[in-house]
Ligand binder design. Structure first.
Ligand code: MG
Length: 159
C-alpha cells in the first residue's frame, strides 16, 4: 500500500505526464502546419511515449493498492518561432520533468517505500535518455543550414 502523501505525488506526476503528452502533440500539429512532416511525426511519437509513462505510473499505483485520480490537464503553449525553438523548449521541459522525477524518488525514500523508489528510478534512467535525445537534436539544428534542416526533418521522420 502506498501512503496518501505518495499517492498524491504520483497522481500529480501522472497529470504532468499527460500535460507533456499534450505539449508534444501540440508541437507536432504546429510542425505539421509548417510543412515539417518528419519533425511532426517524431513529436507525435514523443506524445504517445508520454502517455505511456502516465499509464505505466497509473498501472503501478493500481498494482500497489493506490487510487488513480486523473486531474484536469492545463492548457499547453502554442505557436513557436522556429523548429529550433520547439526543440529547445522540449529539452528544457525534459530537464524540468527530470527534477520532478528526482523529487518523487526522494519522497519515496523518505516514506520508506522502496518499491516505489525503485519504480521511479527507472524513470531517472529514462530522463537521462530523454534529455540527451532532445539536446542532441538541438545541437544538430544549431549546426544545420537550411538544407540541413530538410535533411534532419527526413531523418526524424524515420523514427
Ligand atoms: Mg515522461
Amino acid at each position: 500500500m502506498i501512503t496518501t502523501k505518495l499517492q498524491k505525488a504520483i497522481n500529480d506526476q501522472i497529470t504532468a505526464e499527460l500535460w507533456s503528452s499534450n505539449l508534444y502533440l501540440q508541437m507536432s500539429y504546429f510542425l505539421k502546419s509548417q510543412g515539417w512532416d518528419g519533425f511532426a511525426h517524431w513529436m507525435s511519437l514523443q506524445a504517445e511515449e508520454e502517455r505511456e509513462h502516465a499509464t505505466k505510473m497509473a498501472d503501478y499505483m493500481t498494482d500497489r493498492g493506490g487510487t488513480v485520480k486523473l486531474q484536469m490537464i492545463d492548457v499547453v503553449p502554442e505557436g513557436w518561432g522556429s523548429v529550433l525553438e520547439i526543440f529547445e523548449h522540449a529539452y528544457s521541459h525534459e530537464c524540468k520533468v527530470s527534477k520532478m522525477i528526482d523529487t518523487l524518488v526522494g519522497l519515496s525514500s523518505e516514506e520508506k517505500d522502496y518499491a516505489t523508489e525503485n519504480f521511479f528510478r527507472t524513470f531517472v534512467d529514462e530522463q537521462v535518455e530523454e534529455e540527451a535525445t532532445a539536446s542532441g537534436i538541438v545541437d544538430k539544428l544549431k549546426k544545420a543550414g537550411e538544407a540541413g534542416i530538410f535533411f534532419l526533418d527526413a531523418e526524424l521522420g524515420k523514427r
